[in-house]
Unconditional design. Structure first.
Length: 134
């Protein structure tokens, strides 16, 4: 039976210690990432729509990297947008900087709000470590 391994990147210890959730959990070759938002390392919400989208993806990159993975390994992407998906065009432009010619499945939702004021998007994904190039 595979083991459960908690992934906590450097700088995200507060999330685990204070808010009691793991940035990611690895079970076998599967990596489950908690939703990442556009907050900096001091948990301050980044200003500006595109900048916040970039920060959310950078936070995803940080968590993936702590498990030895990359966007290449992501097979499923879920995104939640604050109130509406009015900025979808901007989001797609940012997303395409991270997923190049190897796209995951993707589901997007519009939600009423998030745990912190000012958050515009939350990005959650699942990755399979060690995927081949085909």
């Amino acid at each position: 039976m595979p083991a459960r391994k908690v992934i906590i990147p450097e700088g995200m210890e507060t999330i685990y210690d204070t808010y009691h959730y793991a940035p990611a959990i690895q079970v076998g070759d599967t990596l489950y990432l908690s939703g990442q938002v556009g907050r900096d390392k001091d948990l301050r919400v980044v200003e500006g729509t595109e900048a916040q989208y970039v920060q959310a993806f950078e936070n995803v990159r940080t968590v993936l990297g702590a498990a030895g993975a990359s966007f290449y390994d992501v097979i499923e992407l879920e995104t939640w947008f604050s109130d509406s998906m009015a900025d979808l065009k901007t989001f797609l432009k940012v997303k395409d900087r991270y997923f190049i010619n190897r796209y995951p499945t993707w589901t997007g939702f519009a939600v009423k709000g998030f745990s912190m004021p000012g958050i515009l998007v939350e990005i959650k994904c699942k990755a399979i470590l060690g995927l081949d190039a085909t």
